[in-house]
Design a protein. Structure first.
Length: 598
């Protein structure tokens, strides 16, 4: 039986070695775990064993060789190192005759030992360390570890059992080490040929303690095993850190990948302006050139914050719209190009750039396809507009405002920058330096990467995490933070009761003058700005015109959010304040309220 197994091992070794010279096609998957079942011959090396150092000769000696079998579990650390644990059990036989035995009274001594051991070891792939590719057919490895052996041994002298030398249920520490060859069958299975030694720290593993012996007994195992790999390694998706801290867009990466495969004859043109000023309006025309496609078509456009779309016109399409997007659906598209027009209103801009992302979905050759489009709109740094006297004023301040003349004509105004203090204790201003969507990033690494001296804070907001520095009670104080000039695209954001709010205008009700109107009788105030369709941040307005947040009142009238300060009973009382503010706001004028109503 032993000879049959030996011949089988030799046959497998030769054929697998020849097979290992062939090339592997394709890329292997990376598995983290493996389980190995093995069987082999075990040899005892001790005082009562043969003094021959030829293991091949001892294998064929039925008095010295025995079977062992075990199982190992491996966890891959990287491409070169694994940690493994396993158990092994079997028998150990020894046989020493008169040729190399000095005991003339007992010409033959032998022993029988049963054992069970467990170990943990580091498995090192030497072929990987030498730079060979991971999907190779043959790997050479070594292992070294530590373990325990539980054993029972019986000694025989001249064929007679020696009860006084019998050992039952003893334990000892052992050091497993060895090497092996691993032959890859496919991505999940491999066969290995392995030779390992178990060095113990005792001299009676063979139930015989040699006189004046300085060496402890040890045993070796030579055999084959079958390995099964499982637990495919999956790379974690790293969050995308936007160093220019722009707001999230709704276009998904998948759309971009699909769009890259679209035919080039589908194109898009739009008159969306490349740069805009706060509180302005535009008529936009968009054309989708689809050649002769007449299938079902869907056009969807995302509306960024601070922009508003109205009066949408299409040719034969069904329209659906909310504040964040509009969708036009054609059950059967016309043969001509698709025309989409709308009225675009700009509110109080809080960022330096915005993106209008849209996509066109259609069917071609029974396959649904998608084409994506992006238009980027930036904030004007210098804007020329007409005022109510047909002259022009130039405003180079990014945070602009709109004032309304008495005939409701909008005009841009500018003013010098003055730092003032905020009045609301539950409102906090910080500098946003980055936004991460779909995960988080290291605050320390972000601080180092951007070269900042202040600690970075992390706060959740909708489906993202916002990273900020600083903490200020006023917008004016926040604008002095060096991160605004150091980090491209950074800007001031606001927190209320410790929570990220987003737009500065969302805390207008918290910071404005709440007692700016007399409840009965006439109230006269000085209007300094107005914003159509969307509130404008009072904190920014106050900073721009050298006022306190609590000096300004916000009221809504005919679709306009209007901003004024002061509280006077008569128009004559209001005139000194008007004359003073005209140095900063040339288009300011007096307005009046009756019983708290405009």
């Amino acid at each position: 039986m032993k000879r049959i197994i030996t011949y089988t091992l030799v046959f497998l070794f030769i054929n697998l070695n020849l097979f290992g010279q062939q090339e592997v096609e394709g890329n292997s998957k990376d598995y983290l775990w493996a389980v190995n079942a093995n069987i082999g011959y075990s040899l005892l090396w001790g005082d009562a064993a043969s003094q021959s150092y030829n293991p091949f000769a001892r294998w064929f000696n039925s008095d010295e060789s025995a079977f062992s079998y075990g199982i190992n579990v491996q966890r891959k650390l990287n491409k070169s190192f694994k940690i493994q644990g396993g158990i092994l059990m079997g028998s150990l036989n020894s046989y020493r005759d008169s040729l190399d035995w000095s005991d003339v009274n007992h010409s033959v001594t032998n022993s029988e030992t049963s054992y069970f051991d467990g170990h943990i070891a580091l498995n090192v792939d030497f072929t990987s360390l030498m730079g060979f590719k991971e999907d190779r057919l043959v790997s050479f490895y070594g292992l070294l570890g530590v373990g325990m052996v539980h054993y029972s041994a019986t000694s025989y002298l001249g064929g007679v059992e020696q009860p006084d030398r019998t050992i039952s249920g003893a334990n000892t520490l052992m050091i497993p080490w060895g090497w092996g060859l691993d032959f890859r069958i496919n991505e999940k299975f491999s066969i290995n040929f392995e030779n390992t030694f178990r060095n113990t720290f005792i001299d009676d593993l063979d139930a015989y303690e040699g006189q004046n012996s300085n060496f402890s007994d040890f045993y070796s195992i030579t055999g084959v095993g079958l390995t099964y790999k499982f637990g495919e390694k999956r790379e974690k998706e790293k969050p995308k850190v936007e160093i220019a801290p722009v707001e999230e867009t709704d276009i998904q990466d998948d759309d971009s990948v699909v769009a890259a495969l679209e035919p080039v004859y589908v194109s898009f043109r739009s008159s969306i302006p490349k740069s805009v000023s706060p509180n302005t309006e535009y008529d936009v025309n968009s054309i989708i050139n689809k050649e002769d496609l007449t299938s079902k078509g869907v056009y969807e456009m995302k509306i960024p914050n601070d922009f508003y779309i109205s009066n949408i016109k299409t040719e034969g399409g069904k329209l659906e719209q909310d504040s964040s997007k509009f969708v036009v659906t054609w059950d059967e598209m016309p043969e001509s190009n698709l025309m989409i027009s709308y009225h675009l209103s700009v509110g109080g801009l809080e960022e330096i750039s915005y993106t209008f992302d849209s996509k066109f979905t259609y069917v071609e050759d029974s396959i649904e396809k998608v084409k994506t489009f992006t238009n980027r709109v930036s904030l004007n740094e210098v804007v020329l507009v007409k005022n109510d006297t047909n002259s022009t004023v130039q405003d180079s301040v990014v945070a602009q405002s709109v004032t309304t003349t008495q005939d409701n004509t909008a005009a841009l105004v500018s003013a010098p920058i003055i730092v003032v203090a905020a009045q609301s204790s539950n409102v906090e201003y910080r500098i946003q330096i980055a936004a991460v969507f779909g995960g988080t990033t290291s605050k320390g690494l972000l601080k180092k990467r951007l070269g900042l001296s202040q600690d970075v804070k992390e706060d959740p907001y909708k489906s993202s995490y916002r990273y900020t520095v600083g903490s200020y009670s006023s917008y004016g104080e926040a604008t002095q933070n060096r991160a605004l000039s150091k980090v491209k695209g950074s800007y001031v954001v606001v927190f209320k009761d410790g929570k990220y709010i987003g737009g500065l205008a969302k805390v207008n009700k918290d910071v404005m003058d709440k007692d700016g109107l007399y409840k009965s009788g006439m109230t006269y105030k000085i209007q300094i700005a107005a914003s159509k369709g969307r509130p404008y941040p009072i904190s920014r307005l106050a900073y721009k015109y050298g006022l306190k947040d609590s000096d300004i009142t916000e009221d809504e009238f005919a679709g306009w959010f209007q901003y004024s300060f002061g509280k006077y009973r008569t128009k004559e009382e209001a005139k000194p304040a008007l004359n003073s503010i005209k140095n900063k706001v040339s288009k300011a004028y007096i307005i009046k309220f009756n019983d708290g109503k405009r």
